[in-house]
Design a protein around this ligand. Structure first.
Ligand SMILES: [Zn+2]
Length: 231
């Protein structure tokens, strides 16, 4: 698998570590409205595929987009938009990658191999990574992120530690930089968004604040998809 493909990605979904995310949509990575996104499974069990087919469409209820699921490349059209593997990491490229004819994965859900993973975390992993697949980024990159740059620094360090040696180290800086209002549609900072990871933020007065990972789409997540991908 080409790790390179995960240019905008956001590395591992690991609740014990600290990551963040929310309604921040990358304008340059948006799919066209009214599009049917062909989603193909590269591998995975019937149960894993079923979890994806059940939860991913929750994003699209009030949108002009739809998903068509294909259990393998043989049954899929030549052009595929989201290609899922249950191996490697739990991560996704951000939105439209323009690479429709490759066989490389664009969305990884290795977390769904964990034994006895509670159902709410299965749902959370699918919704969070499909948020990325639709072009949503982590909330700490929002111009409205209220808690300073410490998370960005932490994310860059973590990214560098996971990065292959042959990768451009600038990559880690690039994918974690704050986004401008020109480059992204943003809601107000949303601590309830599915795109948040559990994270401790140190505040100036020696206090710390915990941002908690959610397991369902928030009001603003739903508003965002309706506003920016609606009819
Ligand atoms: Zn993420």
């Amino acid at each position: 698998m080409k790790f390179k493909v995960f240019f905008a990605l956001t590395i591992l979904f690991n609740l014990s570590s600290s990551y963040l995310g929310a309604a921040v949509l990358l304008k340059a990575n948006m799919w066209s409205k009214n599009m049917t996104l062909n989603v193909v499974f590269i591998d995975g069990s019937d149960q894993q595929k079923q979890w994806v087919k059940t939860y991913a469409p929750l994003w699209l209820e009030d949108s002009s987009l739809s998903f068509s699921f294909y259990d393998d490349f043989e049954s899929a059209p030549k052009a595929t938009h989201i290609r899922i593997s249950f191996t490697g990491n739990t991560a996704s490229v951000a939105g439209d990658h323009k690479d429709y004819f490759s066989k490389d994965p664009t969305l990884l859900l290795n977390r769904l191999n964990e034994t006895d993973l509670p159902h709410r975390y299965i749902k959370q992993a699918v919704l969070h990574e499909f948020g990325h697949a639709l072009g949503f980024e982590h909330e700490y990159r929002s111009p409205n992120w209220p808690h300073g740059n410490q998370i960005i620094d932490k994310q860059i360090k973590r990214c560098l530690s996971l990065m292959n040696m042959d990768m451009d180290s600038q990559h880690c800086h690039k994918i974690n930089q704050p986004l401008s209002r020109q480059s992204a549609f943003v809601t107000a900072y949303d601590k309830f968004s599915i795109m948040n990871y559990t994270h401790n933020v140190e505040l100036n007065d020696n206090q710390s604040k915990t941002v908690t990972a959610k397991t369902t789409l928030s009001f603003l997540d739903k508003l965002a998809i309706r506003n920016w991908y609606g009819n």
